[in-house]
Design a protein around this ligand. Sequence first.
Ligand SMILES: Nc1ncnc2c1ncn2[C@@H]1O[C@H](COP(=O)(O)OP(=O)(O)OP(=O)(O)O)[C@@H](O)[C@H]1O
Ligand SMILES: [Mg+2]
Length: 224
Amino acid sequence: MAILETKNVTYYYQDGDSRRYILEDTSVEFEKGIFYSILGQSGSGKTTFLSLISALDSPAEGEILYEGRNIKDIGYENFRRNKVGIIFQSYNLIPYLTALENVLVAMSVTENELPENKEEVAYNLLDYIGLAKTKADRPVTKLSGGEQQRVAIARALATNVDIILADEPTGNVDEAMEQEIVNIFKKLAHEHDKCVIVVTHSKEVSDQSDETLYLYKGSLKDHE
Ligand SMILES: Nc1ncnc2c1ncn2[C@@H]1O[C@H](COP(=O)(O)OP(=O)(O)OP(=O)(O)O)[C@@H](O)[C@H]1O
Ligand SMILES: [Mg+2]
């Protein structure tokens, strides 16, 4: 069964008296263990789509289902806090905290079952993502863009969610770092059975994903 599904989702922005449709009757299914990429022109609605499936916003019509249940019934905040991890292009880290503390904050907010030794788990997670302890203890503003992106990924993973969403996660990093981040997403899908959905403009990223969806004229399709 799909872990996440949109059913006839429509969304528009009100533009004066008229409506600007971003999504029209979009139905799509996402499964665990698969690394998806979403491509589409600038302004086609990719970030808007992510904000709907992460319950930061709600559709005008249609439903978003998690394990077959409408996320509205699960509760948007509950869903956001416990079911999805989001990685933003601009990282959205708390600047005055260290990498470790950023991860710990996320762990303190979730209601998911987490191990007692949170600090050790967070250090291990950062290490797994490629940030050794010396860097984990540094304020995030003193880390490079690629390193901050790793912290954002570790934070998204720390709450033990099934769905990882990322909005242009390699937009600000060089090719080598992009490849490393792609390798992390592959591992998350293939070794940890996560559902990974990545919005990207990069062909290198989409070529390495398992399935590519195109957002075009308000619909998500598996071909251009
Ligand atoms: N709050 C808002 N109010 C009105 N229009 C909006 C709002 N947010 C986004 N839009 C418009 O909706 C359209 C889709 O925006 P969105 O950010 O989802 O595109 P995108 O595919 O992520 O683009 P990019 O690749 O440039 O990030 C754009 O035309 C944008 O200007
Ligand atoms: Mg966008």
